[in-house]
Design a binder for this molecule. Structure first.
Ligand code: NDP
Length: 333
């Protein structure tokens, strides 16, 4: 069994030295447990937070333990009637090639709905984040303008497409021309801005949002959000989903204060964790599956091959290497 351990806490941007790939004896399931062979694993921005020893909504990772996170696997040995050999499951088994699980920790995947990888993306955690954050907090209405940052990532591209389905004008902000072209040409966003090459982001946003911003779905924080918040309409809504531009900062961000923008526009800014909606996951997953099946929501997955490339795939998130959901393929089905 191969595992990737956190061996030191990153300072600033993580490096490969913070991790170690180790080989352990194959675990053996006890009564009531099953042994899973990992097929795909997820690398996610929130993992960066758990690598630091800071209070958050989930505890930090322990040093010398494998990185925890979502993964898809196949049951290869079972000592519980609830899981059969050959079952495909998604669960929190993390960065390892094999894992022991109890049935209540995993969910069976129905491969007839969509490729199984979607259980970690558009039909899994990131799709549900987009669904509940946008619809519950953002409350988009027809003809409103929705701006989403991190627009070409796993959460962002689903946010933009749901907003289009709700009849909104959708503007995406992302970090490469390739991503901008995808948003405009494939996903039919109304406008998209490359924040890395635009000289004046606020001016570009203003041009893209002639009627101001009604919903700003924030995936990134920092200066991009400052620009968006300056254009809020009366009673705008801001689902605060992520702050990836700040995750590698050692010191708290000191920048333009946004409270006055919230005040003058009577806006509502609300942070959320997808887990807040756990009871409604079946509803969200069913709606997303319907949209994916009928082709009204498209998705992209950026799949890196090989367990040993997991750390690079994770680090790539902070360099914008992924279009859509970043996954690692660990072994063939
Ligand atoms: P993505 O697929 O969007 O991958 C991360 C992307 O962030 C990169 O591709 C990159 O795209 C962009 N990025 C990286 N660094 C910066 C930076 N300094 N400034 C601006 N953009 C940057 O990841 P996810 O869709 O999984 O997550 C998106 C956000 O949502 C994250 O902040 C994450 O923490 C958050 N999240 C929150 C959840 C919740 O429950 N609240 C659940 C899941 C995710 P680019 O090329 O455009 O720079």
């Amino acid at each position: 069994n191969k595992q990737i351990l956190l061996v030191s806490r990153p300072k600033g941007i993580p490096t490969t030295d913070n991790f170690q790939l180790v080989e352990q004896p194959m675990p053996v399931p006890a009564q009531g447990e099953a042994l899973i062979r990992t097929l795909y694993l997820s690398v996610d921005p929130y993992m960066r937070g758990r690598m630091s020893d800071r209070k958050s909504y989930v505890p930090p990772y322990n040093l010398q333990e494998p990185i925890g996170g979502g993964a898809i696997g196949e049951v290869i040995e079972s000592k519980t009637p609830e899981l059969q050999t050959g079952d495909l499951v998604v669960g929190p088994t993390g960065w390892q090639t094999h894992a022991i699980v109890m049935p209540k920790q995993v969910r069976k995947i129905d491969p007839s709905i969509a490729p199984i990888t979607t259980a970690l993306g558009v039909l899994g955690m990131t799709g549900l984040t987009a669904y509940f954050g946008l619809l519950d907090i953002g409350q988009p209405k027809p003809n409103e303008t929705v701006v989403v940052s991190g627009a070409a990532g796993a959460v962002g591209m689903v946010v933009g497409q749901i907003a289009k389905l709700k009849g909104c004008r959708v503007v995406g902000i992302a970090g490469s021309d390739n991503k901008i072209n995808y948003l405009l040409n494939e996903l039919k966003f109304d406008a998209a801005i490359n924040y890395k090459t635009t000289t004046d982001l606020q001016e570009a946003l203003q041009a893209a949002c002639p009627n101001g911003i009604d919903v700003y779905f924030d995936n990134v924080g920092g200066e991009i959000s400052d620009a968006a918040l300056s254009l809020l309409n009366f009673q705008a809504r801001i689902p605060v989903c992520g702050q990836i531009s700040l995750y590698n900062q050692e010191e708290p961000d000191v920048g333009p204060r946004i409270q006055s923008q919230i005040l003058i526009s009577s806006a509502m800014m609300k942070g959320f964790i997808v887990g807040n909606y756990a009871e409604r996951f079946p509803e969200g997953a069913a709606e997303l599956a319907r949209w994916v099946k009928e082709g009204s929501i498209k998705y992209q997955e950026n799949i890196v091959e090989g367990f040993e490339n997991t750390v690079q795939a994770f680090l790539g998130l902070f360099k914008g290497e992924n279009l859509g959901k970043q996954l690692v393929k660990v072994s063939d089905q």
